[in-house]
Design a protein around this ligand. Sequence first.
Ligand SMILES: [Mg+2]
Length: 178
Amino acid sequence: MERGLLLDRDGVINVDYDYVHTIDKFDFMPHLFPALRRAQDLGYRLAIVTNQAGIARGYYTEDQFWHLTRWMLGRLAAEGVQIGAVLCCPHHAEKSIHPRYGHDSFWRKPNPGMMLEAAARLQLDLPRSLLVGDRVTDLQAARAAGIGTTVFLNETAPKPAVADYQVTGWDQIIKLLG
Ligand SMILES: [Mg+2]
């Protein structure tokens, strides 16, 4: 069983400009690549777990999401970073314009479903794993899944009780990985 580094996407992998779904709006966060390479060197397996209610809202499709994801994974691979799993939840209980997405889901954070699925696929030891998120719901999902350490990547919000650490950038996360 390996340690996992579970990552939200928007605001963690890329700058959150709200409902990012095109390559031209996808800006990787500063210091991300060396931090993820360091995590790999330390034995962490990487996974992305992302709510994408923009799909339920009709802003973009699942196909567009996965097209962007393939590009993102290619860019990360070119930087020496291998992502073991990408889990996406397209649902939204109230705002969906598609009946098939118009209910809550065990995968939608703050529910733990995506993190449990990532753990099953990658054989992760969740108590020894770490979650990086920029919203409280990311950290709540991590707690519900049994992830041992939660990191709140947020420059402006006060530190929530559910966060073990708060940081303002990936350069600070490197120090928490050991
Ligand atoms: Mg986010």
